[in-house]
Design a protein around this ligand. Structure first.
Ligand code: AMP
Ligand code: GLY
Length: 442
């Protein structure tokens, strides 16, 4: 199998490496990739968000499969263009990618499919924003309707900040979703879909705020770990049947969503990223994305023992089947993102990075590149999130310690990272909020 991975970041580096581990995969290439991805596979200088250019490359390279990493190419219709050229694609059509690209659309689908989520109001004027904020009360949750790389959402106790964010989005030409605050630990569950059949990956947790203790603005994600031992005993009972976390998400969230997309004539092929909160009233959807989470997938793929190329090709060609089972290695994986100075506001670029080889020489440590470039023989920073350092180990403690041992080898001016990735899980401080086993849920 010859596979093209589309996208420039850490997620695509993780996907490319996992594909290289699949014995059925002979060649992996990336477009455009980055300096780190180019150390592992050939990179093609093609703009990821340009449908015609990616489709032309896909035909010219005679790939058996194109895997689209980020949301922007999906929203731009890259999957449609490649599919129209006759090449299997892992990634939803432009219409199906609206599940991520429009928060209002996602809410509409969830309402139609009776998927449990925060109550929300879609507004288009400052006065409507004020009414909606009054209705829900603090903490306020205000979301730019369109794609904003995880940075269009403000969650705050400060009513003025909430109103100001809503008005800034409106001024920028977006509409806004204001919604009920969901309290409880967050989990990312990625469900691979072939349009009809579903297979869930292992749940992961990521850390969205820039600073320790979930302080500061939202980012794309500053670290992640998997699996989540604290979810093990979680069950909800619906209609007299007790289900575990993954079953709840597949049966009550992913399957009804995928069925609703079929009903609308826009089947979803790719990965449905279910961002969930475990509230005292049960599991609720915080958001959908139409692609793998970054940096969660860097950790999740470290543990996936099922060959990735065959899995993604089967999803792309409608061949997942109803009872697809995945193999996982024992053990844990955690990753820590190192970001540039001033991320997420205005990351500084062009700083020289050192120490990656030292980190990679450590046991159970891998360094994935998110925003790097080569300049005059140096590796330099070229994005907000620059690297994700992944640690694997027999325990979560070991995986986290290895990731941080790797992080501590690496330096550049202004580099920043969180020092508390997975800390609450390690301290046994996460309480999945909830519902007493046996209790029936609405
Ligand atoms: P989104 O882009 O919708 O994923 O939101 C980004 C982050 O904001 C989420 O991962 C949550 O941490 C937070 N968030 C979004 N919606 C809510 C909500 N209704 N209640 C609490 N936190 C939220
Ligand atoms: N890590 C969150 C995201 O990929 O949206």
């Amino acid at each position: 199998m010859k596979i093209l991975v589309v996208g420039p970041g850490g997620r695509e580096h993780a996907i490319a490496r996992a594909l290289l581990r699949d014995p059925a995969v002979t060649t992996v290439e990336a477009a455009p990739g980055n300096a780190g991805i180019a150390r592992d596979v050939t990179c093609r200088p093609v703009e990821a968000t340009d449908p015609e250019s990616v489709a032309a490359l896909a035909v010219e390279g005679a790939y058996d499969l194109v895997v689209i990493g980020p949301e922007a190419p999906l929203a731009a219709g890259v999957a449609d263009a490649v599919r129209a050229a006759g090449i299997p694609v892992f990634g939803p059509s432009q219409d199906a990618a609206q599940l991520e690209a429009s928060k209002a659309f996602a809410k509409e689908i969830m309402a139609a499919a009776a998927v449990p989520t925060a109550e929300a109001i879609h507004i288009s004027t400052a006065a409507e924003a004020a009414d909606a904020l009054n209705r829900f009360g603090p903490p306020y949750v205000v979301k730019d309707d369109g794609l904003a790389a995880g940075k269009g959402v403000v969650v705050t106790e400060d009513r003025d900040e909430a109103q100001t964010h809503a008005e800034a989005c409106l001024t920028g030409g977006s509409t806004v979703v204001i919604e009920e605050f969901l309290d409880g630990p967050e989990v990312s569950l990625f469900v691979i879909c072939d349009g009809q059949n579903l297979v869930p990956l292992s749940p992961a947790q990521d850390f969205k705020r820039i600073y320790n203790d979930d302080a500061g603005p939202n980012t794309g994600g500053m670290g992640a770990y998997t699996p989540l031992d604290w979810l093990e005993g979680y069950t909800e009972t619906h209609g007299g049947v007790a289900r575990n976390f993954t079953e709840i998400v597949v049966d009550r969230v992913a399957r009804p969503t995928v069925e609703e997309m079929v009903r609308r004539g826009t089947p979803f092929v790719g990965v449905l990223y279910c961002g969930l909160a475990i509230t005292s009233r049960g599991v609720r959807v915080v958001e959908f994305n139409a692609r793998f989470g970054d940096p969660e997938i860097q950790a999740v793929l470290e543990r996936l023992a099922t060959p990735l190329g065959g899995l993604l090709l089967d999803a792309a060609t409608g061949q997942l089947g109803p009872d697809r089972h995945l193999e996982w290695s024992n053990g844990y994986a955690a990753d820590v993102v190192i970001a540039a100075e001033n991320y997420p506001e205005a990351p500084r670029k062009g700083d020289v990075i050192t120490g990656i080889a030292d980190a990679e020489a450590l046991d159970g440590v891998a360094v994935l590149h998110a925003g790097t470039a080569e300049h005059d023989g140096d590796l330099i920073t070229a994005g907000g999130r620059v690297l994700a350092v992944v640690g694997t180990g027999g325990t979560l403690r070991e995986a986290v310690d290895r990731a941080y041992a790797g992080v501590n080898c690496i330096e550049w001016s202004g580099a920043q990272h969180r020092t508390d990735i997975a800390a609450k899980a390690l301290a046994g401080q996460i309480n999945p909020g909830g519902p007493t086993p046996g209790q029936d849920h609405q």
